[in-house]
Design a protein around this ligand. Structure first.
Ligand SMILES: NC(=O)c1ccc[n+]([C@@H]2O[C@H](COP(=O)([O-])OP(=O)(O)OC[C@H]3O[C@@H](n4cnc5c(N)ncnc54)[C@H](OP(=O)(O)O)[C@@H]3O)[C@@H](O)[C@H]2O)c1
Length: 312
């Protein structure tokens, strides 16, 4: 089967740059949106030029110019969007409604993967304020996609390893301490951690796979389903030392959260659902969805142990 041509939007982002790399590695003809509104962001421009050197094609287009998006979309078979959706960085999830309009008008797209790559928003109907905005906005985009009859795959990537493993699952921390860790509650709720490059590889694997058409793909590498305590144990073994442990109760966590600014509160809400409620691992996937490590056993995913070795 011929490989689909892919357009990546948000290609200079934290996940987006890995999607570009994975798409090229899997030999897809890869297009990356270059937005004129990037201004004088020299890092982005240099990154885009390096994508071009590696074989990607840059295509000019802007969210403020509908026709430019339609023209970009017409060049490819598959669109993957990795636009920002982390409030402490930037949150532009609803901008994708413009992309949905462009894809609908272009009429040629075989698969659209919107910017999801986290907790499955469809399971977060009862999420807390203010963090629920992430899930609500992603559901608005899903509804637009489905109303427009656009073929899709939603990738539920669980925890980006860099955020969660780096900080031993402590919000506000992305480097593992060698002395002390604060456990969220009893630290026993299971979560799922995925190396960001593996997220990108699984995502690209799925785009031409009929098994994931109009479905959610969950990323659940079996060795990476661990509680915070288990993550800490992995780190302790690596450094050959026990960390001093304290813990923050659910009530204290929520009270402290209220003293933070809005963007931080959004992130803390997500940590709450993951670490106190176990929202990522406390359900069976069911027959309506697929699991990536089962579909693509040929991907030798990075284990938590391997990922954490990087911090030594
Ligand atoms: N599960 C997790 O732990 C986790 C963690 C982080 C993120 N995520 C999810 O992953 C997805 C990507 O997040 P990310 O952190 O990789 O994003 P990011 O690096 O913050 O941003 C990605 C890209 O979005 C584009 N963008 C930003 N503002 C824009 C604007 N005003 N107009 C048009 N484009 C704009 C930019 O791309 P260009 O400049 O190249 O166009 C930017 O590089 C989101 O859905 C997020 O919710 C999940």
């Amino acid at each position: 089967m011929e490989k689909s041509k892919v357009l990546i939007i948000g290609g200079t982002g934290y996940l987006g740059r890995r999607l570009v790399k994975a798409s090229l590695a899997q030999a897809h003809e890869t297009y990356v949106l270059q937005r004129p509104d990037m201004g004088v962001d020299i890092e982005k421009v240099q990154m885009l030029l390096s994508f071009k050197e590696q074989g990607a094609r840059l295509v000019l287009g802007s969210f403020n110019d509908h026709q430019s998006l339609v023209d970009a979309v017409k060049l490819v078979d598959v669109v993957i969007c990795a636009i920002s959706g982390v409030h402490i960085r930037s949150h532009q999830i609803l901008l994708q409604l413009k992309l949905v309009d462009a894809i609908k008008e272009a009429g040629n797209i075989k698969r659209f993967l919107p910017s999801e790559f986290g907790t499955d928003p469809a399971r977060m109907e009862n999420a807390m304020e203010p963090g629920r905005v992430t899930f609500d906005d992603k559901m608005v985009v899903r509804k637009a996609i489905q109303d427009a009859g656009i073929p899709f795959t939603y990738v539920s990537a669980n925890c980006f390893a860099g955020y969660f493993l780096g900080g031993l699952c402590q919000p506000g921390s992305i480097l593992p301490s060698r002395d002390h860790v604060v456990l969220l509650g009893d630290g026993n709720q299971k979560a799922i951690y995925v190396d960001e490059d593996d997220i990108a590889m699984y995502t690209i694997k799925t785009i031409d796979d009929p098994r994931t058409l109009n479905k959610t793909l969950y990323l659940r590498p079996p060795q990476n389903i661990l509680s915070q305590r288990e993550v800490v144990e992995v780190w302790e073994k690596l450094i050959g030392k026990q960390l001093h442990k304290s813990s923050i109760s659910k009530e204290e966590f929520l009270a402290t959260m209220k003293t933070q600014n809005y963007a931080e509160q959004v992130g803390l809400t997500h940590y709450y659902h993951v670490c106190y409620e176990g929202c990522l691992a406390n359900f069976e996937i069911g027959d309506e969805a697929e699991e990536a490590s089962q579909l693509y056993p040929e991907i030798n995913y990075t284990t938590v142990h391997e990922y954490m070795k990087r911090y030594l």
